[in-house]
Design a protein around this ligand. Sequence first.
Ligand code: ADP
Ligand code: MG
Length: 738
Amino acid sequence: MSTLRFQMVGEAFKKKPLMATAPSERPCEYFGKNVFNREKMYKYLPKDVYEQMIDVMENHTQLDRSVADAVAAGMMQWARENGVTHYTHWFQPLTEGTAEKHDSFIEHDGKGGMIEEFSGKLLVQQEPDASSFPSGGIRSTFEARGYSAWDPTSPVFIIDDTLIIPTVFISYSGESLDYKAPLLRALKAVSAAATDVCRYFDPEVTKVTSNLGWEQEYFLVDEGLYAARPDLLMTGRTLMGHDSAKNQQMDDHYFGSIPERVAAFMRDLEIQALELGIPCKTRHNEVAPNQFEVAPIFEDTNLAVDHNMLLMSLMKRVARKHGFRALLHEKPFAGINGSGKHNNWSLSTDTGVLLHAPGKTPEQNLRFAVFIVETLMGVWRHNGLLKASIMSATNAHRLGANEAPPAIISSFLGTQLSDLLDHIERADKDDLFQLDGKQGLKLDIPQIPELFIDNTDRNRTSPFAFTGNRFEFRAVGSEANCASAMITLNTAVAEALVSFKQRVDKRIAEVAGDYEHSEHSATFHAIIDVLREDIRRCRPIRFDGNGYSEEWKAEAAERGLDVETSCPVIFERYLDEDSIAMFEQMGVMTRKELEARNEVKWETYTKKIQIEARVLGDISMNHIIPVATDYQSRLLQNVENMRAVFPTEKADELSARNLKLIEEIAMRTASIESQVEELVAARKVANRIVDEHEKAIVYHDSIAPYFDTIRRQIDKLELIVDDALWPLPKYRELLFLR
Ligand code: ADP
Ligand code: MG
């Protein structure tokens, strides 16, 4: 590595590590310390109020407004004992990240003094001035009335001096303006639909929960170097930078030992996360240099989404304390892996995970097959929409670009599960399903071996892979709110399960006569019929091959899967009649909400590309061209000096390389300059377009392509220009923490 031309902040941290000693407390002692969890509810709430809260949290019953005051009083007492002075309603607007507005507890006491107060009313509902959050036109700015309402299923917590209350954010007319409201509706829909289907197998089942275990990838860069990169600072990614001679080709970073400074950061992050009730479990290096991952134990999807939002903001804070910047962008560096957020998803009943194989009885194996196949049905029917749910201007650099995962949603099941489904589909029905005199029912479904849950049978190129007891939705972006993917996935599975139930019930009625003496058998007979039909129908979504290959793109198109790669066009899937019908029928979102949300998506896309275009133009003209020209002048001076000493012919012969470089710099700077001019002109044209959809498409088609072509010239200049003059930290400096 050459000498570092920029000051690394981290050097200071190396001399004085922040986490010199491990805390004496054990994780189980401080887990949830800053959360108003059950334990604290029990301590701070009257018994009847506590019981009502548990009922609300477990069974999603309505919170009685009359108990809200008692809950608020208990919360306030706990908060005050922990030095809290403020509270905030915390919500997830349609922009990235979270929003909050802090109020203090103080109120006039009517006698000239102040008292601290927190009522049930303040806990339950607030009306923040919401005019500057995107609403896609649902709430025109002059009325500016949106309100936030407490989500009692996600516990309140403390950060610094503030009590934080997770809320949904809704317009005055009832439309959702956030991610949480539709997520809660999607979870309700999938729970109801899955419970109904579970009852075929076990009438005792009362509740199905959707689980999410996310794995968050991120990069760390030194804060000092970050500050010297205007592109990272303003867009979250490097818009230029030649490959480092060494990057990830040695595969020596993945699972390698964690650098000391990074380990200290991770420990600090995990302690704070655990105190906030986020059950962090796994940490490791990722494939690319400076890339890492953190993953908690899976939780109920709503809570897991909140915890991921919280962890992302916590990570940014803690990183700065350690002299780092955490990069959550999906593709901060070209040429090396980007970051994703694997969403491990499953459904479970009070008795266990529904996607867990092998079962003990044939019925359990059949139930397993039903939930696998109906998940696939949802993913198959809405594969384009699922892709839309994870698409963004930033994730577009991973999907369909030159990196994993492809912009085609397919599902990897592995040989054993594929064989099982093939067997159910093709076996002679009488062989598969027999009435056995003694046992009542015999299902010839092969035992699924234990090996099944093993990690060996993995396909890393699949965007939606079955991994033993869950599906792993890998295409989610590292910066995204997981809720977007989870809303669509859970709604699609809910719809599939509802349709499955309707068809099975109809079939039961048809075959009932054949099984007069055993209602049970009629049910299983009907289930197998419908299951076989669905295995056949959703076959196009199953793909165990290499998802990165060119052949797959052609084959996927033939199979009728969505192969579109343009981000703004992919968003259109939200407004397909099929999608609208699904969201409306499952009670998750209305047409009006979907239309409004798409306006926000297109607008956000345009703004991101617009900012990148401006930053690229500025850096090109203010940093790169002046420095390249300066270096070129030095070369010219050298050529002239040579001519002063040697005869011209001899001088030019000796200056051959410099003359070539002078010409190359001239050509490359001229190309940058003219492309930046074209880029500005293209932006002017695009900005005149009023329709957000159309504007986003123009930004995608005629502005974004300049990023690569301008960058190519800059990256070549980086190789030519004197290292000491180059104005930006290079990849080799950014990517190898010392
Ligand atoms: P990987 O090998 O995929 O990197 P990790 O252990 O890093 O696995 O993370 C797997 C994630 O999946 C964790 O959050 C884990 O709790 C979660 N997980 C495990 N089982 C399930 C399940 N049945 N449903 C949802 N998530 C699960
Ligand atoms: Mg994983």
